[in-house]
Design a protein around this ligand. Structure first.
Ligand code: SF4
Length: 394
Protein backbone atom coordinates (compact mmCIF):
# COMPACT_ATOMS: atom_id res chain seq x y z
CA UNK A 1 0.00 0.00 0.00
CA UNK A 2 1.45 3.36 -1.01
CA UNK A 3 1.90 5.37 2.22
CA UNK A 4 0.92 8.61 0.49
CA UNK A 5 -2.00 7.19 -1.53
CA UNK A 6 -0.55 8.55 -4.75
CA UNK A 7 0.33 5.44 -6.70
CA UNK A 8 -3.01 4.72 -8.32
CA UNK A 9 -5.18 6.93 -10.42
CA UNK A 10 -8.95 7.02 -10.37
CA UNK A 11 -10.57 8.65 -13.40
CA UNK A 12 -13.37 11.04 -12.37
CA UNK A 13 -13.92 12.68 -15.77
CA UNK A 14 -17.23 10.88 -16.43
CA UNK A 15 -18.66 11.89 -13.04
CA UNK A 16 -17.76 15.53 -13.69
CA UNK A 17 -19.33 15.35 -17.19
CA UNK A 18 -22.54 14.04 -15.59
CA UNK A 19 -22.60 16.98 -13.17
CA UNK A 20 -22.00 19.41 -16.05
CA UNK A 21 -24.99 17.94 -17.92
CA UNK A 22 -27.34 18.09 -14.91
CA UNK A 23 -29.42 21.30 -15.18
CA UNK A 24 -30.16 21.24 -11.43
CA UNK A 25 -26.48 21.27 -10.43
CA UNK A 26 -24.37 24.42 -10.16
CA UNK A 27 -20.80 23.52 -11.11
CA UNK A 28 -17.88 25.37 -9.56
CA UNK A 29 -14.27 24.66 -10.54
CA UNK A 30 -11.01 25.79 -8.91
CA UNK A 31 -7.61 25.69 -10.65
CA UNK A 32 -4.52 24.99 -8.50
CA UNK A 33 -1.45 27.26 -8.83
CA UNK A 34 0.83 24.57 -10.32
CA UNK A 35 -1.62 23.66 -13.11
CA UNK A 36 -1.05 26.97 -14.92
CA UNK A 37 2.63 26.14 -15.35
CA UNK A 38 1.94 22.84 -17.15
CA UNK A 39 -1.52 22.52 -18.75
CA UNK A 40 -0.50 24.10 -22.07
CA UNK A 41 2.29 21.54 -22.63
CA UNK A 42 -0.25 18.92 -23.75
CA UNK A 43 -1.75 21.30 -26.35
CA UNK A 44 1.61 22.48 -27.68
CA UNK A 45 1.01 26.02 -26.41
CA UNK A 46 3.90 28.37 -25.66
CA UNK A 47 3.99 29.50 -21.99
CA UNK A 48 2.79 33.01 -22.95
CA UNK A 49 -0.25 31.47 -24.70
CA UNK A 50 -0.99 28.94 -21.96
CA UNK A 51 -2.24 31.49 -19.44
CA UNK A 52 -4.47 30.57 -16.54
CA UNK A 53 -7.12 32.91 -17.99
CA UNK A 54 -7.14 30.91 -21.26
CA UNK A 55 -7.62 27.76 -19.16
CA UNK A 56 -10.48 29.54 -17.36
CA UNK A 57 -11.99 30.29 -20.80
CA UNK A 58 -11.64 26.63 -21.82
CA UNK A 59 -13.39 25.48 -18.62
CA UNK A 60 -16.26 27.89 -19.28
CA UNK A 61 -16.48 26.47 -22.82
CA UNK A 62 -16.71 22.98 -21.31
CA UNK A 63 -19.72 24.19 -19.29
CA UNK A 64 -18.62 25.10 -15.74
CA UNK A 65 -20.85 27.78 -14.20
CA UNK A 66 -18.16 29.40 -12.03
CA UNK A 67 -14.38 29.32 -12.50
CA UNK A 68 -12.02 30.26 -9.68
CA UNK A 69 -8.34 30.13 -8.78
CA UNK A 70 -7.11 28.02 -5.84
CA UNK A 71 -4.49 30.76 -5.35
CA UNK A 72 -7.35 32.64 -3.60
CA UNK A 73 -7.57 29.97 -0.91
CA UNK A 74 -3.77 29.63 -0.84
CA UNK A 75 -3.85 33.21 0.44
CA UNK A 76 -6.54 32.18 2.93
CA UNK A 77 -4.35 29.25 4.03
CA UNK A 78 -1.50 31.67 4.66
CA UNK A 79 -3.72 33.85 6.86
CA UNK A 80 -4.71 30.84 8.97
CA UNK A 81 -1.39 28.98 8.95
CA UNK A 82 0.71 32.11 9.51
CA UNK A 83 -1.51 33.11 12.47
CA UNK A 84 -1.37 29.56 13.86
CA UNK A 85 2.42 29.56 13.57
CA UNK A 86 2.74 32.79 15.54
CA UNK A 87 0.26 31.54 18.18
CA UNK A 88 2.07 28.20 18.65
CA UNK A 89 5.44 29.96 18.71
CA UNK A 90 4.13 32.33 21.38
CA UNK A 91 2.84 29.41 23.49
CA UNK A 92 6.27 27.78 23.39
CA UNK A 93 4.98 24.77 21.46
CA UNK A 94 7.81 24.97 18.90
CA UNK A 95 10.71 25.04 21.35
CA UNK A 96 11.65 21.43 20.63
CA UNK A 97 9.97 20.47 17.36
CA UNK A 98 8.73 22.68 14.52
CA UNK A 99 5.28 23.29 13.14
CA UNK A 100 4.97 21.46 9.81
CA UNK A 101 2.95 22.63 6.82
CA UNK A 102 -0.16 20.54 6.13
CA UNK A 103 -1.17 21.48 2.56
CA UNK A 104 0.36 18.39 0.89
CA UNK A 105 -1.77 15.25 1.52
CA UNK A 106 1.13 13.04 0.40
CA UNK A 107 3.25 14.46 3.22
CA UNK A 108 0.40 14.30 5.77
CA UNK A 109 -0.11 10.59 5.03
CA UNK A 110 3.64 10.01 5.14
CA UNK A 111 4.13 11.62 8.54
CA UNK A 112 1.07 9.86 10.01
CA UNK A 113 2.34 6.47 8.86
CA UNK A 114 6.12 6.86 9.20
CA UNK A 115 6.63 9.40 12.01
CA UNK A 116 3.36 9.40 14.02
CA UNK A 117 5.20 10.98 16.94
CA UNK A 118 5.52 14.15 14.82
CA UNK A 119 1.93 14.21 13.50
CA UNK A 120 0.77 16.50 16.32
CA UNK A 121 3.19 19.12 15.00
CA UNK A 122 1.28 19.44 11.70
CA UNK A 123 -0.54 22.71 11.19
CA UNK A 124 -4.28 22.17 11.60
CA UNK A 125 -4.97 24.40 8.57
CA UNK A 126 -6.77 22.58 5.75
CA UNK A 127 -5.08 22.63 2.35
CA UNK A 128 -6.05 25.38 -0.14
CA UNK A 129 -8.15 22.81 -2.08
CA UNK A 130 -10.23 22.02 0.99
CA UNK A 131 -10.46 25.60 2.28
CA UNK A 132 -11.75 26.64 -1.12
CA UNK A 133 -14.44 23.94 -1.07
CA UNK A 134 -15.51 24.86 2.47
CA UNK A 135 -15.90 28.53 1.52
CA UNK A 136 -17.85 27.59 -1.64
CA UNK A 137 -20.26 25.27 0.20
CA UNK A 138 -20.84 27.76 3.00
CA UNK A 139 -20.30 31.45 2.20
CA UNK A 140 -20.51 31.38 -1.61
CA UNK A 141 -23.60 29.11 -1.62
CA UNK A 142 -25.40 31.60 0.59
CA UNK A 143 -24.26 34.56 -1.54
CA UNK A 144 -25.65 33.02 -4.77
CA UNK A 145 -28.74 31.61 -3.03
CA UNK A 146 -28.11 27.94 -3.89
CA UNK A 147 -28.24 25.14 -1.28
CA UNK A 148 -24.81 23.54 -0.85
CA UNK A 149 -26.12 20.11 -1.84
CA UNK A 150 -26.94 21.54 -5.28
CA UNK A 151 -23.35 22.66 -5.83
CA UNK A 152 -20.76 20.36 -7.37
CA UNK A 153 -17.30 21.63 -6.41
CA UNK A 154 -14.53 20.35 -8.69
CA UNK A 155 -10.82 21.02 -8.32
CA UNK A 156 -8.12 20.79 -10.97
CA UNK A 157 -4.95 19.65 -9.25
CA UNK A 158 -1.41 18.61 -10.22
CA UNK A 159 -1.86 15.79 -7.76
CA UNK A 160 -3.26 12.26 -7.51
CA UNK A 161 -3.25 12.31 -3.68
CA UNK A 162 -5.79 15.17 -3.68
CA UNK A 163 -8.49 12.65 -4.69
CA UNK A 164 -8.06 10.82 -1.40
CA UNK A 165 -7.81 14.07 0.54
CA UNK A 166 -11.23 15.33 -0.61
CA UNK A 167 -12.78 11.95 0.25
CA UNK A 168 -11.58 11.99 3.89
CA UNK A 169 -14.37 11.87 6.50
CA UNK A 170 -12.89 15.00 8.11
CA UNK A 171 -13.38 17.04 4.91
CA UNK A 172 -17.18 17.18 5.16
CA UNK A 173 -19.54 19.48 7.04
CA UNK A 174 -21.68 18.34 9.96
CA UNK A 175 -24.42 16.96 7.65
CA UNK A 176 -21.97 15.07 5.47
CA UNK A 177 -21.64 17.47 2.51
CA UNK A 178 -18.06 17.29 1.21
CA UNK A 179 -16.02 20.48 0.76
CA UNK A 180 -14.87 19.24 -2.66
CA UNK A 181 -16.81 16.67 -4.71
CA UNK A 182 -14.21 15.67 -7.32
CA UNK A 183 -10.49 16.35 -7.73
CA UNK A 184 -9.31 16.04 -11.32
CA UNK A 185 -5.63 15.90 -12.21
CA UNK A 186 -4.09 18.17 -14.85
CA UNK A 187 -4.07 15.12 -17.14
CA UNK A 188 -7.80 14.50 -16.56
CA UNK A 189 -8.77 18.11 -17.29
CA UNK A 190 -6.77 17.90 -20.53
CA UNK A 191 -8.78 14.77 -21.45
CA UNK A 192 -12.04 16.48 -20.52
CA UNK A 193 -11.24 19.56 -22.65
CA UNK A 194 -10.33 17.29 -25.58
CA UNK A 195 -13.46 15.17 -25.16
CA UNK A 196 -15.58 18.31 -25.50
CA UNK A 197 -13.65 19.32 -28.66
CA UNK A 198 -12.65 22.72 -27.28
CA UNK A 199 -9.97 24.33 -29.45
CA UNK A 200 -7.87 25.96 -26.75
CA UNK A 201 -5.88 28.00 -29.29
CA UNK A 202 -9.09 29.84 -30.18
CA UNK A 203 -10.47 30.25 -26.66
CA UNK A 204 -10.64 33.80 -25.31
CA UNK A 205 -8.82 34.54 -22.06
CA UNK A 206 -11.44 35.27 -19.39
CA UNK A 207 -11.05 36.56 -15.82
CA UNK A 208 -12.05 34.52 -12.77
CA UNK A 209 -15.47 34.99 -11.26
CA UNK A 210 -15.98 37.51 -8.49
CA UNK A 211 -16.26 37.02 -4.71
CA UNK A 212 -13.50 34.37 -4.66
CA UNK A 213 -11.57 35.67 -7.63
CA UNK A 214 -8.69 37.68 -6.19
CA UNK A 215 -5.28 36.13 -5.77
CA UNK A 216 -1.77 37.35 -5.07
CA UNK A 217 1.75 36.42 -6.12
CA UNK A 218 2.15 34.81 -2.69
CA UNK A 219 -0.73 32.43 -3.47
CA UNK A 220 0.67 31.54 -6.89
CA UNK A 221 4.09 30.41 -5.59
CA UNK A 222 2.40 27.73 -3.44
CA UNK A 223 2.92 25.44 -6.42
CA UNK A 224 6.74 25.41 -6.10
CA UNK A 225 8.85 24.01 -3.27
CA UNK A 226 9.54 26.76 -0.73
CA UNK A 227 6.57 28.81 -1.94
CA UNK A 228 4.32 28.10 1.05
CA UNK A 229 7.13 29.01 3.44
CA UNK A 230 7.99 32.21 1.57
CA UNK A 231 4.35 33.32 1.38
CA UNK A 232 3.81 32.51 5.08
CA UNK A 233 6.91 34.44 6.15
CA UNK A 234 5.84 37.53 4.18
CA UNK A 235 2.55 37.61 6.09
CA UNK A 236 3.98 36.50 9.46
CA UNK A 237 6.45 39.40 9.22
CA UNK A 238 3.56 41.79 8.62
CA UNK A 239 1.53 40.33 11.50
CA UNK A 240 4.48 40.66 13.90
CA UNK A 241 5.82 44.08 12.88
CA UNK A 242 2.78 45.83 11.38
CA UNK A 243 4.51 46.59 8.09
CA UNK A 244 5.41 44.70 4.94
CA UNK A 245 8.88 43.33 4.30
CA UNK A 246 10.35 43.65 0.83
CA UNK A 247 8.51 40.86 -1.06
CA UNK A 248 11.73 39.01 -1.93
CA UNK A 249 13.19 39.17 1.60
CA UNK A 250 12.71 35.42 2.11
CA UNK A 251 13.91 34.14 -1.26
CA UNK A 252 16.61 32.03 0.46
CA UNK A 253 14.02 29.26 0.86
CA UNK A 254 13.60 28.93 -2.92
CA UNK A 255 15.15 26.00 -4.73
CA UNK A 256 18.25 26.66 -6.77
CA UNK A 257 19.85 24.46 -9.39
CA UNK A 258 23.14 24.60 -7.46
CA UNK A 259 23.50 21.22 -5.75
CA UNK A 260 24.83 21.63 -2.22
CA UNK A 261 24.44 18.00 -1.20
CA UNK A 262 21.82 18.72 1.45
CA UNK A 263 18.43 17.07 1.59
CA UNK A 264 16.77 20.32 2.69
CA UNK A 265 17.27 24.08 2.64
CA UNK A 266 17.38 26.10 5.82
CA UNK A 267 17.33 29.79 6.66
CA UNK A 268 17.18 32.10 9.64
CA UNK A 269 15.28 35.39 9.79
CA UNK A 270 14.93 38.15 12.35
CA UNK A 271 11.33 39.15 13.16
CA UNK A 272 10.91 41.85 15.79
CA UNK A 273 13.04 40.49 18.66
CA UNK A 274 12.94 36.84 17.58
CA UNK A 275 15.11 34.68 15.35
CA UNK A 276 12.96 32.33 13.27
CA UNK A 277 14.65 29.19 11.94
CA UNK A 278 12.96 27.48 8.99
CA UNK A 279 13.59 24.52 6.69
CA UNK A 280 12.14 23.38 3.36
CA UNK A 281 12.30 19.91 1.79
CA UNK A 282 10.65 18.25 -1.20
CA UNK A 283 10.59 14.55 -2.06
CA UNK A 284 9.87 11.93 0.59
CA UNK A 285 13.48 10.69 0.81
CA UNK A 286 14.50 14.20 1.79
CA UNK A 287 11.53 14.47 4.16
CA UNK A 288 12.68 11.28 5.89
CA UNK A 289 16.23 12.60 6.30
CA UNK A 290 14.91 15.84 7.77
CA UNK A 291 12.51 14.08 10.19
CA UNK A 292 15.34 11.83 11.41
CA UNK A 293 17.63 14.83 12.01
CA UNK A 294 14.86 16.66 13.88
CA UNK A 295 14.03 13.68 16.09
CA UNK A 296 17.71 13.06 16.89
CA UNK A 297 18.06 16.71 17.91
CA UNK A 298 20.72 17.34 15.27
CA UNK A 299 18.80 20.33 13.95
CA UNK A 300 16.15 22.65 15.35
CA UNK A 301 13.65 24.70 13.37
CA UNK A 302 10.47 26.59 14.22
CA UNK A 303 8.66 26.09 10.92
CA UNK A 304 9.17 23.40 8.25
CA UNK A 305 7.58 23.09 4.80
CA UNK A 306 7.50 19.64 3.22
CA UNK A 307 6.11 18.68 -0.19
CA UNK A 308 6.00 15.02 -1.20
CA UNK A 309 6.85 15.58 -4.87
CA UNK A 310 10.37 16.64 -5.91
CA UNK A 311 10.21 20.36 -6.71
CA UNK A 312 6.74 20.69 -5.12
CA UNK A 313 3.36 20.52 -6.87
CA UNK A 314 4.79 21.71 -10.20
CA UNK A 315 6.38 18.24 -10.34
CA UNK A 316 3.21 16.54 -9.08
CA UNK A 317 2.05 13.08 -10.11
CA UNK A 318 -1.01 14.44 -11.93
CA UNK A 319 0.89 16.75 -14.29
CA UNK A 320 1.41 15.94 -17.99
CA UNK A 321 3.88 13.11 -18.62
CA UNK A 322 6.38 13.51 -21.46
CA UNK A 323 8.20 10.83 -23.40
CA UNK A 324 11.51 12.73 -23.41
CA UNK A 325 12.13 11.94 -19.70
CA UNK A 326 13.11 15.56 -19.01
CA UNK A 327 12.20 16.73 -15.51
CA UNK A 328 10.28 20.01 -15.85
CA UNK A 329 9.55 20.86 -12.18
CA UNK A 330 12.31 23.47 -11.91
CA UNK A 331 11.28 25.29 -15.12
CA UNK A 332 7.61 25.23 -14.11
CA UNK A 333 8.58 26.63 -10.70
CA UNK A 334 10.39 29.47 -12.41
CA UNK A 335 7.16 30.27 -14.31
CA UNK A 336 5.36 30.68 -10.97
CA UNK A 337 8.10 32.88 -9.49
CA UNK A 338 7.96 34.98 -12.67
CA UNK A 339 4.19 35.43 -12.21
CA UNK A 340 4.76 36.44 -8.57
CA UNK A 341 7.41 38.98 -9.59
CA UNK A 342 4.99 40.83 -11.88
CA UNK A 343 1.94 40.54 -9.60
CA UNK A 344 0.41 43.83 -8.51
CA UNK A 345 -0.19 42.33 -5.03
CA UNK A 346 2.39 39.99 -3.46
CA UNK A 347 1.11 39.59 0.11
CA UNK A 348 -1.70 37.21 1.11
CA UNK A 349 -2.94 39.68 3.74
CA UNK A 350 -3.65 42.16 0.91
CA UNK A 351 -5.98 39.81 -1.01
CA UNK A 352 -9.16 41.93 -1.17
CA UNK A 353 -11.57 38.97 -1.50
CA UNK A 354 -9.93 37.14 1.43
CA UNK A 355 -10.21 40.29 3.55
CA UNK A 356 -13.90 40.59 2.54
CA UNK A 357 -14.49 37.01 3.78
CA UNK A 358 -13.00 37.89 7.17
CA UNK A 359 -14.95 41.15 7.32
CA UNK A 360 -18.31 39.61 6.30
CA UNK A 361 -18.17 36.19 7.91
CA UNK A 362 -15.11 34.86 9.74
CA UNK A 363 -14.08 37.90 11.78
CA UNK A 364 -10.40 37.05 12.10
CA UNK A 365 -7.96 34.19 11.50
CA UNK A 366 -8.40 31.37 14.05
CA UNK A 367 -11.87 32.65 15.06
CA UNK A 368 -14.45 30.01 16.04
CA UNK A 369 -16.01 30.16 12.55
CA UNK A 370 -12.59 30.00 10.86
CA UNK A 371 -11.63 26.98 12.96
CA UNK A 372 -14.89 25.23 12.00
CA UNK A 373 -14.56 25.77 8.25
CA UNK A 374 -10.85 26.02 7.61
CA UNK A 375 -9.09 23.74 10.10
CA UNK A 376 -9.07 19.98 10.50
CA UNK A 377 -8.25 17.20 12.94
CA UNK A 378 -5.46 15.08 11.48
CA UNK A 379 -6.37 12.39 14.02
CA UNK A 380 -10.00 12.22 12.82
CA UNK A 381 -9.05 9.47 10.36
CA UNK A 382 -6.55 6.64 10.49
CA UNK A 383 -3.92 5.27 8.14
CA UNK A 384 -3.98 1.46 7.74
CA UNK A 385 -2.50 0.05 10.94
CA UNK A 386 -2.80 3.35 12.82
CA UNK A 387 -4.80 2.79 15.97
CA UNK A 388 -5.00 5.73 18.30
CA UNK A 389 -4.30 9.41 18.57
CA UNK A 390 -0.56 9.80 18.85
CA UNK A 391 -0.34 13.48 19.77
CA UNK A 392 2.81 15.53 19.66
CA UNK A 393 6.34 14.22 19.95
CA UNK A 394 6.70 15.64 23.43
FE1 SF4 B 1 0.17 16.57 -4.37
FE2 SF4 B 1 2.78 16.32 -4.83
FE3 SF4 B 1 1.70 18.76 -4.44
FE4 SF4 B 1 1.92 17.04 -2.43
S1 SF4 B 1 3.62 17.99 -3.57
S2 SF4 B 1 0.11 18.30 -2.91
S3 SF4 B 1 1.54 15.06 -3.39
S4 SF4 B 1 1.30 17.37 -6.15
Amino acid sequence: HCPVGALYERDDVQKVLQALEDPDTVTVVQIAPAVRAAWGEAFGLEPEQATVNRLAGALRAVGFDYVFDTSYSADLTIMEEGSEFLARLGRGELDKYPMFTSCCPGWVRFVKSQYPQLAGQLSTAKSPQQMFGAVVKNWFAEKIGVPPEKICCVSVMPCVAKKDECALPTMKNEVGIPDVDYALTTREIIRLIRSEHVQVQNVLETPFDRLLGDYTGAGVIFGATGGVMEAALRTAYYLVTGYNPRPDSFRQVRESRRADGRAWREAEFEMADSTIRVAVASGLGNARALCEAILKGEVHYHFVEIMACPGGCVGGGGQPIHCDDIERAHERGQVLYGLDRVSAVRFSHENADVMALYRDELGAPLSEEAEKWLHTDHFGWQMPGETARTGSAE
